[in-house]
Design a protein around this ligand. Structure first.
Ligand code: SAH
Length: 503
């Protein structure tokens, strides 16, 4: 059934998309989106969906409204399911009604899916409730960008200025001096509190509070730019107590995550939850080997090992996948001592019914060796499933201590085929505050992609965070010191180090 869905994309926080809008995005043949609709939602679209950007940033209309309307009609007439994604709510200063009418005129079917309007969400994230029994019994949504061709103001400034309504102005940054002047001339007390909320609900949210009498000057001084909402009324004073979003410790911090995409989701989610603007920049890709013969061979001979030492989550995954293919399971490891080099690796084993016998206190090879020796690994037969390219220190040290060590590659890490434009631009624009490195290969591969002089030039604002001393050493081989390194060599500790540094 061909149809155009006018979808509210919400104010920016990807969590504020409705479930209904997501479901329609997942089935659409064509997705048409504009400047204010979060690009992150495109990942819900089908891989074969046609994606069309129609712009609309202040004056720079990538596609004029009549051509957008035409495009929608054309696509729906061609039998497509079209998702027309619009920032906030499609019918709140979104010209959604015009698009709907045009579709009706053309005899095309449409539905509207309301979205969370920025007028409600941005103030809520800034700690400003729009109504309150003490302060405001109604709300007005007002355009601050009147049609420039209109000779007289459409607004009744007297009633706006003298009512008990909370006023929310859209698109008002440019006309801020006129808006505040009109309100005061019409009788509003110049000391009435007001707030400008920019990029509300996103990691770039910024709020400026001032009296309506001085907010235009304050905004100019602070260089406030669109998109922002102006909220006027006594409810603004509640922000002192109710602000919560801007308390997030990493709000506005641009953080590059270089881990492999398969491993990055936990770190990305945590940093985002803490307010960071996360740049996913996977430098490595986890890939299967071309030949699993040796792995199968080792699994066939499992009986002959006393110890199996897993050094990474992927090592566990690929080893068990191969066991699965060979129709074996955890019971094949009965009687063996099992070590996990870090807490995440240990959890991956637990998920497969194995409780590791040994988890080192510190997560580097050196301290692993110490702990294993205490468990009498000397003289024992040890299997280490791991990446094709890995440090030799663990096997070498164990051999030196008299263990009979066999290293088994179960996967490999390769240079990720990742586009560099976004991160390069962000580095040059000073939008990156931290780059995180979670292994030596993320460092080496990062510099395969990003020239050292780009990073050098950005060093005034950018700090480099490494998970542990080995990764830091690799970084120094590229000519950079690690600015941040956690006490414990784990992802949660790395996050904590970022939070401590940012606060
Ligand atoms: N339909 C949208 C509004 C589109 S008009 C909605 O319901 O939110 C564009 C104006 O909306 C911008 O100029 C700005 O005033 C406001 N706006 C949209 N998203 C915003 C955000 N995340 N933070 C602050 N203002 C926003």
């Amino acid at each position: 059934m061909s149809k155009v869905y006018l979808l509210g994309a919400g104010p920016g926080d990807p969590g504020l998309l409705t479930i209904k809008a997501k479901e329609i995005l997942e089935k659409a043949d064509v997705v048409v989106y504009d400047y204010l609709a979060n690009k992150a939602f495109l990942r819900y679209a089908r891989p074969d969906a046609e994606i069309i950007y129609v712009g609309k940033k202040g004056g720079d209309h990538t596609l004029p409204q009549d051509q957008i309307n035409q495009l929608l009609v054309e696509k729906v007439k061609a039998g497509k399911v079209v998702a027309r994604l619009k920032g906030g709510d499609p019918y709140v200063f979104g010209r959604g009604a015009e698009e709907a009418e045009e579709l009706l005129d053309a005899g095309a079917a449409f539905e509207t899916v309301p979205g969370v309007t920025s007028a409600v969400a941005a103030p809520a994230y800034a700690g400003i409730p729009l109504t309150h029994r003490q302060y405001a019994s109604s709300v007005s949504f007002i355009t601050g960008h009147e049609d420039p061709t209109k000779p007289d103001s459409v607004h009744n400034w007297e009633s706006l200025a003298k009512g008990t309504s909370t006023l929310v102005f859209f698109m008002g940054v440019k006309n801020l001096p006129d808006i505040s002047q009109n309100l005061i001339t019409a009788g509003m007390d110049p000391t009435t509190p007001a707030a400008l909320v920019r990029w509300g609900t996103t990691c770039r949210q910024q709020t400026l509070v001032a009296d309506i009498g001085s907010i235009a000057d304050a905004a100019a001084a602070a260089g406030m730019k669109p998109p922002a909402l102006l909220v006027v009324g006594h409810v603004v004073s509640l922000r002192d107590r109710l602000a919560w979003f801007e308390e997030k410790p990493l709000l506005g911090k641009g953080i590059v995550v270089t881990r492999a995409r398969q491993q990055a989701s936990g770190l990305v989610a945590t940093l985002t939850e803490l307010g960071a603007c996360v740049y996913e920049f996977p430098t490595i890709e986890i890939a299967p080997l071309s030949d699993y013969g040796p792995v199968r061979d080792a699994i066939d001979r499992l009986d002959c090992y006393d110890w199996i030492i897993f050094t990474s989550v992927n090592g566990v995954k690929y080893f068990f996948d191969e066991m699965e293919i060979m129709e074996k399971d955890a019971r094949s490891l009965a009687g063996k001592m099992i070590a996990a080099i870090g807490p995440a690796t240990a959890n991956e084993l637990r998920a497969r019914g194995i409780r590791p016998d040994f988890i080192p206190e510190k997560y580097v090879a050196e301290s692993v060796v110490e702990g294993l020796l205490a468990l009498h690994v000397a003289g024992k037969r040890v299997l280490i499933p791991r990446a094709l390219k890995a440090r030799e220190i663990l096997p070498n040290e164990l051999r030196r201590a008299g263990a009979d060590v066999e290293v088994l590659s179960v996967y490999e890490t390769t240079l990720a085929n990742q586009d560099t434009d976004e991160v390069l631009a962000a580095l040059k624009n000073g939008e990156i505050h931290y780059v995180t490195f979670t292994s030596s290969s993320t460092v080496d591969n990062f510099f395969e992609k990003i020239p050292t002089d780009v990073l050098k030039a950005a060093k005034g604002t950018v700090k480099l965070a490494t998970i542990g001393p080995v990764t830091a050493q690799t970084l120094s081989r590229h000519g950079f010191d690690s600015d941040l390194s956690p006490e414990e060599f784990t992802i949660p500790a790395l996050v904590q180090a970022l939070v401590n540094d940012a606060s």
